[in-house]
Write a protein that binds this ligand. Structure first.
Ligand code: SF4
Ligand code: F3S
Length: 112
């Protein structure tokens, strides 16, 4: 199993998660992060750190789309281990519907 980053990370991108991961397996896109499923050791410490509750264990039902997205994009995006400032409007995006449909970007982020 692995943990996965899900829809509510989009445009919230708090980055609190990257500071606690013992194996540095977060990768940065333009407006969200993903976890590399082959590197994640399932420790679970990142899950409660996310203010947007966007990190879930893949044992939860209905996360197939997100597992695939984390697996597909983590090899293409740069590694991130150091938190930067979250977007100024992160709070406004927390819980907004259709973030994937309307706002997802597969462009890489800047990384560390
Ligand atoms: Fe990193 Fe642990 Fe979260 Fe996996 S579950 S991404 S190893 S902090
Ligand atoms: Fe995203 Fe939550 Fe990390 S919003 S960047 S998964 S702390």
């Amino acid at each position: 199993m692995t943990y996965v980053v899900t829809e509510n990370c989009i445009k919230c991108k708090y980055m609190d998660c990257v500071e606690v991961c013992p194996v540095d397996c977060f990768y940065e896109g333009e407006n969200m992060l993903v976890i590399h499923p082959d590197e994640c050791i399932d420790c679970g410490v990142c899950e409660p750190e996310c203010p947007a509750e966007a990190i879930k264990p893949d044992t939860e039902p209905g996360l197939e789309q997100w597992l695939k997205l984390n697996a597909d994009l983590s090899p293409n995006w740069p590694n991130i281990t150091v938190k930067r400032e979250a977007p100024a409007d992160a709070k406004e995006w927390d819980g907004k519907p259709n973030k994937f449909k309307d706002h997802f970007s597969d462009k890489p982020g800047q990384g560390d």
